[in-house]
Ligand binder design. Structure first.
Ligand SMILES: [Zn+2]
Ligand SMILES: [Zn+2]
Length: 149
């Protein structure tokens, strides 16, 4: 397969891990839960979900940390480069999609995110554009409760 067949590329800061993705995202979301804050060392995480079969990794193996006590209601595997620490994303057991960290994608400025989950735990200094969809907690197949702006 040639590079022109891949829509997205990315990887970690030191270059030990790279990936190529041939499909389009299945979901794009910012998560403001406490788990995402702590594990990223930041205020929220931006995830772009792709079908696992569309992603090809190269280089070193991702370092994985499996956490069974998460606010997402299911185990999460935090995945990062063991050399530079760049968080490549999250793997959820039994899920056919992989959460890729927006900041690790080369084309990140071409990607817009409207959905925000776990806004009840969002930092007070954040503000959201009018077009944003805000959900109090999780969002399971369209059943998420809206957060009042
Ligand atoms: Zn690295
Ligand atoms: Zn989260």
């Amino acid at each position: 397969m040639t590079d022109s067949q891949f829509n997205y590329t990315g990887g970690c800061r030191c270059g030990s891990i790279t990936y190529r993705i041939k499909g389009e995202p299945t979901w794009k979301v910012n998560c403001h839960c406490n788990w995402c804050q702590t594990t990223s060392g930041n205020v929220f995480r931006s995830f772009i979900l792709f079908n696992e079969t569309d992603i090809t990794f190269s280089g070193e193996t991702l370092k994985s940390y499996t956490d069974h006590k998460t606010e997402h209601g299911r185990p999460m595997i935090n995945q990062f480069c063991s050399n530079c620490g760049t968080i490549i994303g999250i793997k959820v057991p039994d899920m056919e999609q992989r959460h890729i960290s927006l900041g690790s994608i080369d084309q990140r400025y071409e990607i817009d995110i409207v959905d925000n989950i776990w806004v009840q735990e969002a930092h007070k200094f954040l503000s959201f554009p009018d077009k944003s969809e805000l959900y109090k907690a999780g969002y399971w197949n369209g059943t998420g409760e809206k957060f009042k702006k």
